[in-house]
Design a protein around this ligand. Structure first.
Ligand code: HEM
Length: 361
């Protein structure tokens, strides 16, 4: 073999090894016929079915799916990269479900008791740890919302050992400085805060104003679209009045609620440009939300958890466009990002928009 033949052989071997590395990991067929990348994930398919049937009304993006996503945040954010000041617990460990007698007394967890009391009996029918249950429920519930990304799910959390400490969950009355500081203490950047707040596109409030339960944060609370980022930027009052409560800012859309924190974050120079960039960029919102949620579900967890993301259902796509609600247009936008032009959007036809409450709240 001459030198050039030898070189060709080496090149061929290199290509072959790269192809082998690029090949998808081998799949396992579970006893029930489901297919996954890792045999330990097989036991999760029955838990997913239980969740869809007994918690999410047969795979709906309703109140329970919304609340399951909120619960995963309130559980995981009880964490600090600087340590827990001598306290154990914290992070994405399900402590909010098991130590609910303690954590539900925290002011920021107002209204969380509804979903913990719904989840607890379902949790008991699975063999999962509380942390695995809470974060699996969030990923499955979110998958029921058209337009959502297929969230990751990592499996194998130990049972929680203690409640998370108080004052780790941000409140809508907190200043932007305080919110950024709290998220930074848990390891999140300013961009990741905006990405995580995409969750408020499938959200409603029961407790901010108890006289109007189920008031949604955008006109499409059952779709994981970018409408929330448009509607928070419509001109509105910063100061409570006309019946609005602490933490609430009036929305110009009838039936819609706007959190004071979302209002301020949408207009703060540190967050305004990503906020605006999310509008009508479904792929960007999905990608950044998925990445930040991945980080959230692993807070305080060892790197031995197993990637079981392929047990999460694939969400239906959102094929529409972001719009101005009927009667609104570019002139109603309070643009806070001065670096980029505001995206061009169509106005929905029809009379003034009014959004109904989310049922079941
Ligand atoms: C600055 C940070 C945040 C603040 C101040 C905040 C505050 C709130 C408040 C006050 C509510 C309404 C509660 C009620 O009255 O019933 C709410 C709902 C919700 N939040 Fe957040 N939130 C924040 C971040 C997040 C994050 C990071 C997630 C998830 C990743 C999340 C997911 C949700 C969801 C899905 C709902 C709707 C729950 C339902 O409709 O039942 N929030 N949030």
């Amino acid at each position: 073999m001459d030198f050039s033949q030898l070189l060709s052989l080496v090149a061929l071997a290199l290509v072959a090894s790269q192809v082998a590395e690029a090949a998808p990991p081998p799949k396992v067929t579970c006893a029930d016929g489901n297919v996954t990348a890792n045999a330990v994930c097989c036991q999760l398919f029955s838990a997913v079915a239980i969740l869809q049937e007994n918690l999410f009304d047969g795979a709906q993006c309703g109140e329970e799916a919304h609340s399951a996503l909120r619960l995963s945040f309130h559980d995981a954010i009880g964490f600090s990269i600087h340590g827990m000041q001598g306290l154990s617990g914290g992070g994405a460990d399900g402590s909010i479900l098991v130590f609910n007698a303690t954590e539900l007394k925290f002011h920021a967890n107002i209204g969380i008791d509804d979903i913990t009391s719904e989840q607890f009996p379902v949790f008991q029918t699975t063999n999962l740890s509380a942390g695995d249950f809470v974060h699996l429920a969030a990923a499955v519930g979110t998958a029921n919302c058209p337009g959502a990304p297929q969230l990751d799910f990592f499996f194998g959390r130990a049972p929680p050992v203690a409640p998370a400490p108080d004052l780790t969950v941000p409140e809508p009355t907190d200043s932007v400085d305080a919110i950024i500081e709290r998220f930074a203490d848990a390891g999140f950047s300013v961009d990741e805060i905006v990405a995580l707040l995409s969750s408020h596109t499938v959200a409603a409030a029961d407790e901010i104003d108890t006289t109007i339960p189920g008031t949604p944060f955008d006109t499409t609370p059952f779709t994981f679209d970018t409408q929330f980022f448009v509607e928070t930027l419509l001109k509105g009052s910063l100061f409570p009045g006309n019946g609005s409560q602490a933490g609430e800012v009036l929305s110009p859309i009838h039936g819609e609620m706007r959190l004071q924190s979302d209002f301020e974050l949408s207009r703060d120079p540190r967050t305004a440009c990503l906020w605006q960039a999310m509008i009508n960029d479904q792929t960007r919102m999905q990608t950044q939300f998925k990445a930040a949620m991945h980080k959230l579900e692993l807070l305080g967890q060892p790197d031995t958890l197993v990637d079981c993301s392929d047990v999460i259902p694939v969400p239906a796509p959102f094929k529409g466009q972001a719009v101005f609600p009927a009667t609104f247009s570019r002139r109603d936008i309070q643009q806070a990002c001065l670096l980029e032009p505001f995206p061009t959007l169509q106005t929905l036809p029809g009379p003034e928009t009014s959004v109904p409450p989310v049922p079941g709240s």
